[in-house]
Design a protein around this ligand. Structure first.
Ligand code: HMG
Ligand code: MG
Length: 286
C-alpha cells in the first residue's frame, strides 16, 4: 500500500459544513469557528459562498466573513458558480475561488440552474476574471461517482468536465462524491484513470460520509496517488440539492488515521478534538 509522507488537508467545515444547516448561525459564531480552526494550524479553508442567499441563506453573510478572513491572512476559498459570484468574490478580495459543475446534468440543473454544458460555458468568463486578478482556481466535479437523480454517473462524463476545467486553466480539480455513495473500488479506479489521463493535474478528493466509507475512500484515493483531501470539522456537511447526503469525512478522524499511519498533516488531533464539540453545537443534524 502507498502511505504518502505528507497529505494536505483542506478544511471545508465553515462552508460545506454550515451551508445546509437550517438553524441560523450567527456571523460571530462562524468567525469563532474559523478562528479556532486557524489557530489549530489549518492553512486552507472553504469559508464563504457567493451564491443566491434566497437559496442558501446560511451563506448570506459571506462578504463579512471574507473581510474577516482577509484580516486573519487566511488562504480561504469562496464558492463562485456564476459571473455574478466571481464579481462579488473580486470585490471581497478573496485569494481563492471554487467553481462547481456536476458530472450529472440533472443534479447540476437542480444545484445551479444550468445543464452541465451551460455551466462549463459560464466557467469561461469566471476563469478569465479570476486569472486577471491572480486568484487561485479550484474546480469541483460534483457527483463524480453516483447521483441521487440519475444513479450511476459515467466515467466519461467526469472526464469531459475535467478536460474543460484543464483547458480553462484550473489550478486543482476536486473530485466530489457529493452524495457519499462511492466505494473504495470506484474511487481507486476513477482516480487512477484520471491521473493516467491527466498526469500534470493536481486532483483533490472530497468525500461525504453517507455510507460510512469516507475514510476508506480516502485510503483508496491515496493508493491512486492522491495527496490532497477535503474534510470538515465534526463531520459537518451537506448540500441542499443532494438529498440524503450526510456530512464530509471528519477532519479529526482523518487526521487521526493519517497521523497513526505516519503521514504528516501538520495538524494535531487533540487540538481538533477540542474544536469539534463547538462545530457540532452549531449543527442541528449531528
Ligand atoms: P440563477 O437562478 O440561475 O440566477 O442562480 P439568475 O441569474 O437567473 O438570477 C436569479 C436570482 O438570483 C436574481 O435575484 C439574481 O440576482 C440572484 P432576484 O432578481 O430573484 O432577487 N443571483 C445571485 N445572488 C447572489 N449571488 C449570486 C447570484 N446569482 C444570481 N452569485 C445560482 C444561479 C448558481 C446563483 C443559484 O442557482 C444558486 O445560488 N444555487 C445554489 C448552489 C449552491 O450553493 N449549492 C451548494 C454548494 S455545491 C456543493 O455543496 C457541492 C460541493 O460541496 C462539492 C461536492 O460535494 O461534490 C461543492
Ligand atoms: Mg460537498
Amino acid at each position: 500500500m502507498i502511505f504518502p509522507k505528507e497529505i494536505e488537508i483542506i478544511e471545508v467545515g465553515p462552508r460545506d459544513g454550515l451551508q445546509n444547516e437550517p438553524k441560523q448561525i450567527s456571523t460571530e459564531q462562524k468567525k469563532q469557528l474559523i478562528s479556532q480552526l486557524y489557530a489549530a494550524g489549518i492553512e486552507r479553508m472553504e469559508t464563504v459562498s457567493f451564491v443566491n442567499p434566497k437559496l442558501v441563506p446560511q451563506m448570506a453573510d459571506s462578504a463579512e466573513i471574507a473581510q474577516f478572513c482577509n484580516d486573519l491572512g487566511l488562504q480561504y476559498i469562496a464558492l463562485t458558480p456564476n459571473v455574478k459570484a466571481i464579481d462579488r468574490a473580486i470585490e471581497a478580495k478573496v485569494p481563492q475561488i471554487a467553481v462547481f459543475v456536476g458530472a450529472s446534468s440533472t443534479f447540476n440543473q437542480k444545484n445551479i440552474n444550468k445543464t452541465t454544458s451551460e455551466s462549463l460555458i459560464e466557467c469561461k468568463p469566471i476563469f478569465e476574471k479570476a486569472k486577471k486578478e491572480d486568484i487561485f482556481i479550484r474546480a469541483y466535479v460534483s457527483m463524480a461517482f453516483t447521483c441521487p437523480y440519475e444513479g450511476h454517473v459515467s466515467f466519461s462524463d467526469v472526464v469531459d468536465v475535467c478536460k474543460h476545467f484543464i483547458e480553462l486553466g484550473a489550478d486543482e480539480i476536486d473530485i466530489g462524491d457529493t452524495n457519499g455513495k462511492a466505494n473504495p473500488k470506484m474511487v481507486y479506479e476513477r482516480f487512477s484513470r484520471l491521473k493516467d489521463l491527466f498526469p500534470e493535474t493536481t486532483f483533490v478528493g472530497h468525500f461525504h460520509d453517507t455510507q460510512k466509507m469516507a475514510l476508506e475512500n480516502v485510503l483508496a484515493a491515496m493508493q491512486a496517488g492522491v495527496t490532497k483531501f477535503d474534510s470538515s470539522i465534526g463531520g459537518l456537511g451537506g448540500c441542499p440539492f443532494s438529498p440524503g447526503a450526510t456530512g464530509n469525512v471528519s477532519t479529526e478522524e482523518l487526521v487521526r488515521m493519517l497521523t497513526e499511519m505516519g503521514c504528516q498533516t501538520n495538524l494535531d488531533v487533540d487540538q481538533l478534538l477540542k474544536i469539534s464539540p463547538y462545530a457540532k453545537s452549531l449543527s442541528s443534524r449531528i
